[in-house]
Write a protein that binds this ligand. Structure first.
Ligand SMILES: O=C(O)CCC(=O)C(=O)O
Ligand SMILES: [Fe+2]
Length: 272
């Protein structure tokens, strides 16, 4: 199989982790060649080079590089979208009916601040009938960390099981971590901080609460690379469901075309 990954399909234990914890952590799952090539592709982008040159000049306040959607993908970035392992994961978790939603690329420099606990399921924070109807559908984020991170250095952290708590305004991460929702989740909800080697993937149900710690000014790693692909169960657009470049559709295989043929988000598309 022509895959960028060391794995071919999720194991039963992986799927248990997805359903019970809300995520699957795959350390160092990209093949070495794929990790190197993906990294080179990202660092070779003109916009990234410009960003990194400016970083070297040490501006006062550290700024992240962030682009959404990330359409300027080379062959490796492109292959991530429907790599056989990614397809196997999506089919085993969401089922046969899912679409590519959008993507993003992020570089986090030394001195950048934290991201507080949040969820990324865009139908929960809106009350239109369409949002209410879509609330329980799957929305999956595939997080890639080509150069990884260590604890205390822009590490991701999660509250395993927090996706099992009904998304109400009262169900805040603070209250979850204080034990108020252990009974509803059927487990103790507590924080897990992840240390992630280069070439790792974290596959999450976007309903899980997750957060990111700050990157120290003296971090041995000058910047952390993070790219993400997001898939949604078939249905109306999420907040960032991107327009697909027409050339992507033109050159897509019939299988891949199915991922792309859906409505993008437009202003007012949720209005009743
Ligand atoms: O930077 C990260 O590791 C994750 C950021 C995040 O929470 C997101 O993109 O939704
Ligand atoms: Fe997030």
């Amino acid at each position: 199989m022509n895959s960028l990954f060391r794995r071919q399909a999720p194991s039963a234990a992986d799927l248990d982790s997805f359903h019970q914890d809300g995520y699957i952590f795959y350390p160092d799952v990209l093949k070495d060649e794929a990790r190197h090539s993906l990294t080179d592709e990202i660092l070779g982008l003109d916009s990234v080079r410009g960003y990194l040159d400016a970083l070297d000049e040490k501006s006062a306040a550290p700024q992240s590089y962030f682009v959404r959607p990330w359409n300027d993908r080379g062959p490796y970035g492109d292959r991530l979208i429907d790599d056989p392992f990614v397809t196997a994961l999506l089919q085993a978790t969401i089922g046969p009916s899912y679409h590519f939603c959008h993507s993003a690329l992020n570089l986090a420099p030394r001195g950048i601040g934290s991201i507080p606990y949040h969820q990324d399921h865009h139908h929960w924070k809106h009350e239109n009938p369409v949002n209410l109807a879509e609330r329980d559908k799957y929305y999956v984020q595939i997080l890639y960390y080509p150069n990884g991170f260590t604890l205390g250095d822009r590490n991701l952290k999660v509250i395993p099981g927090s996706h099992l708590v009904a998304p109400t305004a009262e169900a805040t991460p603070e209250r979850m971590l204080a034990g108020a929702y252990d009974a509803e989740a059927g487990r103790e909800l507590k924080e897990v901080r992840l240390a992630v080697p280069p070439g790792s993937m974290v596959y999450i149900n976007a309903r899980i609460f997750h957060a990111v710690e700050a990157k120290p000014a003296d971090s041995p790693q000058p910047y952390r690379i993070f790219n993400i692909d997001i898939f949604k169960e078939a249905g109306p657009p999420h907040r960032y469901t991107q327009e697909i470049p027409s050339e992507w559709i033109t050159r897509a295989s019939p299988q891949r075309k199915k991922l792309f043929l859906r409505e993008p988000y437009t202003e007012g598309c949720w209005a009743a």
